[in-house]
Every structure is written in C-alpha cells, then in structure tokens.
Design a protein around this ligand. Structure first.
Ligand SMILES: [Cu+2]
Length: 336
C-alpha cells in the first residue's frame, strides 16, 4: 500500500467511525396492542384478521400490516406488547385453547433469548417488553411478528415492518440511506410488505392443532395489506419525479414463494440494485431484473426513475411452493 492509498484508507476508516458513532443514540419506546381487523376482499368475502395497533383503547382497529417500528442504528428499542390482564381472555386474545396470548418476535434481530418472544423457549404470552440495540452493520429492513402458535397468528395478520436507519452526524434525524454507507443514498423510499391469506386458517374452527393447518391454500396475495390485482388498481403507490433514486424495502411475510420485479406498463423489466439482504449490506451491490423473495427474507433495493415522466410497477408474482407456478401477481405503482 502506498502513502496515498494509506491516507485514503485512513480517511475511509475515519468516515466509517464517525458514521458509526452512537453518542447520539436515542431510546425508542413504543407500545403495541392486539385488535381485530375485518377486511372485505376483492371478491366480497369478509376476512377476520388480528392486527397490532398503537390505538390500545379502541376495539376493532387492528392494522394489517401493523404500524412500522423505526429505530436508529445504536438506538435502544423498547417495544412493549400490552395485553389486558386477566387471562384467559376473549377473542382475539384467547382464541386458541392450548395457545393463549401473544408475543412479539423481532425477526432477524440479534437479541438474547429473553427478548426473542418465542413461547417454546420461555417467552411470556401475557405481555412483555422486547429490547434491542442494532449495531452499525445492522442497517436495513426487518419484521416483527407474533410467535405464539405461529402458523395461526402469523396468518391472522400479526406482523409489521421494522426498519433500522442510519442517524445523521448530529443524531437529530435519519439519513436517506439504507446503511451508514453513502453508496446506499436514495431520494424517496417505500416499504413493500408481502403476505398471503388462506381463509380457512381464519375460520373460528381453525384453533389449537386443527387439521386445517395440514394444507395451505392461499386465496389472497397482499402488498402492504392490499391486493393490487392490476396496474390500474395498485396495492400501494408512490409519487416522485424523473431521475430520482427510489429505495424499496421488500419484506417477505407471505407463506409461499415469490419473485419480485419492476416493470413498465408494457411489462418490460427494469433493473434494480440489491444493497442489503436480511439486514446486512452486500460487499458488492448486485443489479438484477428479478429477485426471489422467500418467507422471512428482506431485501433493500434501489432503482432510478428515468428522465421522462411516467410510471413503473413494482410487482410480486406469488408462486406455489410445490411447482413454482404463479398463483397471482400483486402490483404497486411508482409514478414519476
Ligand atoms: Cu399472536
């Protein structure tokens, strides 16, 4: 290494060290409750969900997905699940005779077992506080979900996005970057949380170790809780301008396979670059036209809008686990 390389390396180390500083770290306290949410689907069928909500004193206000949990690198998150005292409780707090209550599992977070929200490993199911402090290398997208009888409760809608963001040098706000690396800078961002729904799993008879759980036959495929069955009826929309960098946070909470792409109105694929997978930055970003997103996975990607006005359609082909055939495609829209 020559002197110039050495100086350059020292500068990079200094910049990384500055970005990694946690001297301005904050403590984020957030409380979630569980509430029923009834959604009318595109075919007119009403489906009962259980959703997390910050509106704890009101009935039937569950959100699917739950409210986003945002935390800065170096911050300490105290995420509290508040469940009314006096178990056993009424629906949705005690629908499962053998599996009462709920937890919050911070999926992908490196936490001690006591913060992990897994009842099989001793987690409380009558409310608890879950604490996590993400380090410098953990910028990116995560998810939280209930881990009580996961097959049932995940399907019922008990999930939401969790985003770990780099703070600015003063600690007063977040940078528009996926990670502390300036190479991940973007102008605008949006979360694409994928999920699937099998109505049979939502039936009141689907309790305990019911045989209904032996097979999974999803009927509805959601982005951010909406079906978005065509480009004219997108599940989620973002409006920006030409020549902008758009970050999409892809979060897989579906229980099937899926392939993500971004296409124009004629169906032509547009390239996008994957910077972060499962909360860790790639050493070398990868530019692709399709990306398989499986259950539990997260990808943070960036694409550039073209120089002229128009719209592109980020979309997810939901596929059968057995043979990869497509169930349905859910569409979003980015206008520019
Ligand atoms: Cu639950």
């Amino acid at each position: 290494m020559n002197t110039r390389q050495s100086t350059a390396k020292a500068l990079v180390v200094a910049i990384i060290a500055a970005a990694a500083s946690t001297s301005h770290a904050a403590t984020i306290n957030k409380t979630l409750c569980v509430s029923v949410a009834n959604k009318t689907m595109s075919d007119g069928q009403s489906i009962t969900f259980w959703g997390f909500t910050e509106t704890c004193a009101t009935a039937n206000v569950g959100q699917v997905p739950g409210p986003p949990v945002e935390i800065g690198i170096g911050d300490t998150l105290n995420l509290t699940l508040s469940i009314p005292m006096g178990m056993p409780m009424t629906t949705p707090f005690e629908m499962m005779t053998n599996y009462p209550g709920h937890t919050i599992h911070l999926h992908g977070a490196d936490v001690p077992q006591g913060e992990d929200g897994v009842p099989e490993f001793g987690a409380r199911t009558d409310g608890d506080t879950y604490t996590w402090t993400p380090t410098t290398v953990m910028g990116g997208s995560y998810m939280y979900h209930c881990h009580q009888h996961t097959v049932k409760h995940l399907e019922m809608g008990m999930y939401g996005p969790m985003i770990v963001r780099p703070r600015n040098a003063a600690g007063t706000g977040f940078l528009n970057q996926l990670t502390p690396s300036a190479t991940t800078a973007y102008n605008v961002e949006q979360t694409y949380l994928f999920s699937s729904v099998d109505p049979n799993y939502h039936a009141s008879t689907a309790v305990g170790d019911s045989t209904v759980f032996a097979d999974y036959n999803p009927v509805y495929f959601l982005i951010n809780g909406n079906e978005g069955k065509g480009i004219a009826t997108p599940a989620t929309t973002l409006t920006t301008s030409p020549n902008q960098k758009v970050a999409l946070r892809l979060i897989g909470l579906h229980s099937v396979s899926g392939t993500f792409s971004i296409r124009d109105s004629a169906g032509n694929k547009k390239p996008f670059t994957v910077y972060v997978q499962d909360g860790r930055q790639y050493p070398t970003p990868e530019t692709v036209e399709t990306l398989d997103v499986g259950p539990g996975q997260r990808f943070d990607v960036i694409f550039s809008t073209p120089g002229t006005t128009g719209a592109w359609y980020p979309q997810m082909e939901f596929k059968r686990l057995r043979d990869g055939s497509v169930y349905a495609t859910a569409y979003g829209r980015v206008g520019f």
